[in-house]
Design a protein around this ligand. Structure first.
Ligand SMILES: [Zn+2]
Length: 463
């Protein structure tokens, strides 16, 4: 889709797409911005970015030239925490705490199957693309017996929508009869989990540069997983050189669970399992004391901050400024759609600013720093900061182009403030790996109407 006028593949050295005349936030090492600049793309890589028009030596003969005046180009946003299947269970347990919400939803999730997950994931991914996301993770941890290949369904959905995908093979093995929160019907045993996880890595993981899919390993949470599974998962991840992910320090209920069952805090518990390291990122990290933050910083353990979900469940407010001041890697996540019905990634950039400032004052988080968390910060959590998260020569062509000259934003002096503090702007163009995924606010890779109808059927099937 990015080739010249005839749709033929780009010639070597020839520009395939040129964005011309936009404000550019590069997120490069100097955090350079250009008020009217260009971005040239050849195939799946950025080959020129800077102020003013494209240099004369570039071969533009077969290029698609986009007049981007009135637009803001940012690195494609990176979503570091999601549960795609939850798209089918939005709007339930709307006034509950996390534990109350989970208790109501586990039995519903026990009925998901490959088709429900395929339809939910396609809808969630298409929507996410429309909110500026070019790379997303997924944390899938419910594998009903007889439900088919639900992880494979998410992989197929990501391929059809065209997003760069970092799914994790999640898991739960601590059922209610053993003192966990989930009912026994939704947990698996450790051997089954580790065998399936190993199989998922063999089937899907692509470690090569420019990869569109890398697998991670993600036991669910301290109250749904045994220490034996956590240790086994860590050993497998390090043997296979893939990353580790889990939920941690989300609520005070979890604090109490860890105090009673393990006699320590959630971070101390993870530390005892060999789970604090720079190949690990944790969803939420809301309830962290100073010692915990220092330990995350010392080990390079990352945090996926999910402000809307935390607010929706009344879980608390992440100490974002303190994490950043300590040097903890921080990215942003929408979390599952069942605890964030909006599921807008650019919305999380805004929400992160607002919640940090509501808690700690206006200096807590700047609009640019929050956009950095949503781009470069996320790339770092996924081990991809050398390839995505900024607009620089040699990086992969994952670009969001936001239109800022319409009614909601025209006249806002600072385009970054317009994007972060204003309403969600129209997405003029979204490129993933150099290919068009969204154009003029419409997803190009799938039929949005058909996807919506299928998602509604999936939700109805679960009810
Ligand atoms: Zn989650």
């Amino acid at each position: 889709m990015t080739g010249g006028s005839g749709g033929s593949p780009p010639r070597d050295g020839a520009v395939s797409v040129l964005l011309d005349g936009c404000h550019i936030v590069t997120m490069d090492g100097d955090r350079a911005e250009h008020s009217s600049g260009h971005i040239a793309i050849e195939g799946n890589k950025i080959t020129s970015v800077g102020a003013g028009p494209a240099p004369a030596h570039l071969d533009l003969a077969g290029a698609r030239i986009v007049d981007a005046a009135g637009c803001l180009a940012t690195p494609g946003l990176v979503n570091t925490h999601h549960h795609l299947y939850q798209w089918a269970t939005r709007g339930m347990a709307v006034d509950s705490t996390l534990f109350g919400w989970l208790t109501e939803l586990y039995p519903v999730w026990a009925r998901i199957d490959e088709q429900v997950v395929a339809d939910s994931a396609t809808a969630a991914l298409a929507w996410l693309a429309g909110t500026g996301c070019t790379t997303t993770t997924d944390h899938h941890y419910v594998f009903p017996r007889g439900g088919g290949d639900v992880l494979g369904a998410t992989v197929a959905a990501a391929r059809s929508v065209g997003l760069r995908f970092h799914p994790t093979r999640g898991s739960m093995d601590l059922g209610a009869s053993s003192g966990g929160l989930p009912p026994d019907e939704v947990v698996e045993d450790v051997d089954t989990i580790l065998t399936a996880t190993s199989g998922a890595i063999s089937a899907f993981h692509d470690p090569a540069p420019g990869s569109m899919l890398r697998i991670g390993i993600a036991p669910c949470s301290p109250f749904s997983v045994t220490g034996e599974l956590m240790r086994g998962a860590a050993a497998l991840a390090r043997d296979q050189r893939v990353r580790l992910h889990t939920h941690l320090a989300e609520t005070l209920d979890e604090d109490e669970f860890c105090a009673q069952r393990f006699g320590c805090t959630p971070v101390e518990y993870l530390d005892s399992l060999g789970w604090l390291a720079d190949d690990v990122w944790l969803a939420h990290g809301v309830h962290l004391d100073d010692a915990a933050i220092a330990r995350l910083a010392a080990t390079g353990t990352g945090v996926a901050h999910c402000p809307s979900s935390n607010a929706r469940l009344g879980a608390g407010i992440c100490r974002t400024a303190d994490l950043l001041a300590a040097g903890v890697p921080v990215g942003l996540g929408v979390d599952g759609a069942a605890s964030n019905e909006e599921s807008s990634l650019v919305g999380e950039v805004r929400q992160a600013v607002l919640m940090a400032r509501a808690a700690g004052g206006p200096a807590e988080l700047s609009v640019r720093r929050s956009l950095e968390l949503g781009t470069l910060g996320g790339a770092r959590l996924l081990g991809r900061a050398d390839e995505i998260g900024s607009l620089e020569v040699g990086k992969l062509a994952d670009v969001a182009l936001w239109r800022l000259d319409g009614l909601p934003h025209a006249g806002i002096t600072d385009p970054v403030a317009a994007l972060v503090l204003g309403s969600r702007p129209p997405l003029e163009l979204l490129l993933v790996n150099g290919a068009v995924v969204v154009e003029r606010d419409v997803v190009q890779t799938v039929d949005e109407g058909a996807v919506a109808a299928a998602a509604a059927s999936a939700a109805a099937a679960l009810r």
